[in-house]
Design a binder for this molecule. Structure first.
Ligand code: SR1
Ligand code: MG
Length: 407
């Protein structure tokens, strides 16, 4: 039996079975366990261990020393502690929307959590054109709880600073700083631009000095504005869904940063789903219906977030100056413009940078893929440049239809 107490090593599926037997009493003595590595993300190893007799199963998530997407990224294994601490905290704030973590192991750099295999990754569900009636309500609750209840508006400021220490995550922050804000906006060797989109990127993005200046401001706000405890990578691959359930996971990129970053990432990924449906759905009636569901949901996520965050502010604000006339409005206005700006950066970086999204890469027809990528870039650019003028969820969707009309 391998020794899991002494020093870290990367688990195999067989090790995962021994590990769970040794470290827990989750399974009966007569359990017949099977295990598989099911991770398909850019970073970690994910083992599902299942009892063939009872069907009961758990997930072991282990951090490796380099990213799976490329061994250029040396990533500290202690990120696994940060991720499990964050999931534990978020589970307390939004119990039904964040899975339970059972324990974290600082030697093997892994943690054990609920198996969510009865759910589907949101990105895959959107690419299957599924409508999720509860999603906007669930995710706006999650966003309002996580972003407002960890801010200085509600938290005791000393307690918040303790959390800032607990969740300081410099190496993963640097990955986001480079991949989301820096590399996509110049001709960086690590970028990976589809050849027929290259000239468009050169003209519309790399040659636009005004745009670049705005991305510099957004980058510096990301690095310096420690407003709320963020998930840090809230794209549609970091959320599991069923029609009646939503679960947020994969939170290793967490940091204290501008609240609009989490909302913006999610909105950008809804726009990718829109671009995919626009490019791939042949039945035009079904396409119209589905893209409407996507844009309606986008609007609802934003508007419900502000409604719920407003109620939490009224109920739970402890900061003395929070009740000054106009302060709440100004605070929320800033979150909205940040949401637009960060959505814009995500839209550009997933087309230009190293880490792509399946919504675009899976479009088989080359011309349609180019169209979808250019739509994403134009929406991204417009959101960044006009972020101060956005005042409702509907404004995000209007930007898409304005671009479509002009093309
Ligand atoms: C090196 S990691 C590349 C990307 O994958 C993660 O999911 C984050 O989005 C990161 O930017
Ligand atoms: Mg991830």
């Amino acid at each position: 039996m391998p020794d899991f107490e002494k020093e870290y090593f990367t688990l195999t599926p067989e090790d995962a079975i021994s590990y769970i037997k040794q470290k827990s009493d989750y399974f009966n003595k007569d359990a017949e366990l099977e295990a598989a590595e099911i991770g398909d993300g850019n970073m970690n190893y994910v083992f599902k261990v299942r009892d063939k007799i009872s069907g009961r199963s758990f997930i072991i998530k282990q951090a490796g020393p380099v990213a799976r997407i490329s061994d250029e990224f040396k990533v500290p294994t202690y990120r696994n502690r940060i991720e499990s601490d964050l999931l534990t905290l978020l589970h307390r704030l939004s119990p039904g929307i964040v899975p339970a973590v059972y324990f974290h192991d600082p030697v093997m750099n892994c943690f054990v959590m609920d198996d969510l295999s009865d759910h589907q990754i949101l990105r895959a569900a959107l690419l299957d054109h599924k409508k999720l009636p509860r999603f906007a309500d669930d995710i706006s609750t999650y966003l309002a709880n996580s972003l407002l209840l960890t801010s200085d508006v509600v938290l005791d400021h000393k307690e918040k600073k303790e959390l800032v220490k607990q969740f300081t995550n410099p190496i993963l922050d640097e990955i986001t700083e480079d991949l989301v804000f820096t590399e996509p906006f110049y001709d960086c060797p690590r970028n990976d631009v589809l050849e027929p989109v290259h000239d468009f990127v050169k003209k519309e993005i790399w040659a636009d000095e005004k745009l670049k200046l705005e991305t510099a401001k957004l980058k510096f706000d990301f690095m310096t504005h420690s407003q709320s405890l963020l998930h840090g990578d809230l794209h549609t691959g970091s959320i599991f869904v069923k029609p009646d359930s939503t679960k947020v996971f994969d939170s290793e990129f967490t940091l204290f940063g501008p609240a609009g970053f989490d909302i913006g990432l999610l909105i950008a990924n809804f726009i990718f789903a829109y671009a995919n449906a626009d490019a791939t759905m042949e039945d035009k009636t079904a396409q119209k219906e589905y893209t409407k569901w996507l844009t309606d949901t986008t609007v609802q996520i934003i508007d419900l977030f502000f409604e719920k965050a407003g109620s939490l502010w009224d109920e739970k604000a402890t900061e003395k100056v929070a009740c000054y006339s106009g302060f709440r409005e100004q605070y929320f206005k800033r979150i909205l413009s940040d949401t637009a700006g960060y959505a814009g950066c995500e839209l550009c970086r997933r087309v230009i940078g190293i880490a792509h999204v399946k919504d675009l890469t899976s479009i088989e027809d080359k011309t349609k893929r180019v169209h979808a990528e250019e739509l994403s870039l134009l929406a991204g650019k417009k959101l960044i440049l006009s972020r101060e003028f956005i005042s409702t969820g509907k404004d995000f969707v209007n930007i898409l239809s304005e671009i479509e009309k002009k093309r």
